[in-house]
Design a protein around this ligand. Structure first.
Ligand code: PRP
Length: 285
């Protein structure tokens, strides 16, 4: 029987969250130290621990079937490799930055100037779109040092917290693109492996929906129940159960993490008491 070969980043910012999502979808992996390949104990999956920058080529060649990878790397090196799921973690930007005292305010201001970057394909694409030209210096790491050592007038690199830019006396002047971890799929995938991928995608969607939602329980006097239900934007109609105390009910529902505080404020205003909010592990709709 075929196994689905999944590439994950060997080390770096995506590694931990990639392993967590595999665990959350019920895939247990025995991974010894420095092991580059491991099989799941309970699922037809093999995990390959690879260097980030090599993963797009492995996908193109069909050496691995799917990969958890940053969209930024895929855009730079992946050509038209398909994205099956956006995974909601490792969010970052690919940005243009210049020294704090530079007068440049956008990529346009770096026309015919020197830009150091690990993302030459991406930068070229944006330069071309805007009818600009620049001298690109490809550097594989520590790009932020380039302006300080006189190698470049600006840089293009990933920005997450912004602390690397700050520490190196740089300021962000233009965001070229926003990125997050994605599940990318090789164009070469047989039917047996496609079926395993479908199961994995279904499980990932359940985990992601769970992560985006909260389970909420609260108590309210019976005459306030309808007002409270009206402010709950849950999945379907909420559950209403009688409390042992006469005239009171318990209301249970699911709310989105994004609207959480607004909903809590509205519930309090409508007379809700004893509000409990719990994380949701998985949500199967
Ligand atoms: C990346 C990137 C920046 C830094 C930005 O490096 O190259 O240097 O993160 O993150 P921040 O905005 O949170 O400071 P990373 O540590 O991922 O390693 P890399 O040099 O291998 O890309």
């Amino acid at each position: 029987m075929s196994k689905l070969r999944i590439a994950v980043q060997k080390s770096g910012r995506l590694n931990e969250d990639s392993m967590r999502i595999l665990k959350d979808i019920g895939i247990s992996i025995d991974n010894g130290k420095d092991q580059l390949k491991a099989s799941a104990r309970n699922f037809p999956v093999e995990v390959f621990y690879l260097r980030n920058g090599d993963i797009p080529q492995y996908l193109k060649d069909g050496v691995v079937d799917v990969a958890i990878i940053g969209e930024n790397v895929l855009i730079e090196k992946g050509g038209d490799i398909e994205i099956a799921e956006k995974l909601g973690f490792s969010k970052c930007k690919v940005s243009i930055a210049v020294p704090k005292d530079s007068t440049a305010n956008s990529l346009k201001d770096l026309n015919e100037k020197r830009i150091a970057t690990s993302y030459p394909v991406t930068v070229k694409k944006f330069l071309k779109e805007q009818g600009l030209e620049a001298q690109l210096h490809k550097i594989n790491g520590s790009v932020e040092i380039a302006p300080n050592i006189g190698l470049a007038d600006g840089i293009c690199d990933i920005v997450s917290s912004g602390s690397t830019l700050f520490k190196n006396g740089l300021k962000e002047i233009e965001v070229l693109l926003k990125s997050e971890a994605v599940l990318a799929v090789s164009p070469i995938l047989n039917d047996e492996r496609k079926a395993i991928l479908e199961t994995i995608q279904f499980r990932i969607q359940s985990v992601l929906k769970g992560r985006q939602s909260k389970y909420i329980l609260l108590n309210a006097p019976n005459d306030k129940v309808q007002d409270i239900i009206n402010v709950l934007p849950g999945m379907k109609s909420p559950t209403v159960l009688p409390l042992a105390q006469e005239g009171w009910s318990s209301i249970h529902s699911v709310i989105s993490k994004n609207e959480f505080w607004d909903v809590i404020d509205a519930l309090k205003e409508k007379g809700a008491e004893g509000i409990l909010v719990c994380p949701i592990e998985k949500m199967v709709l």
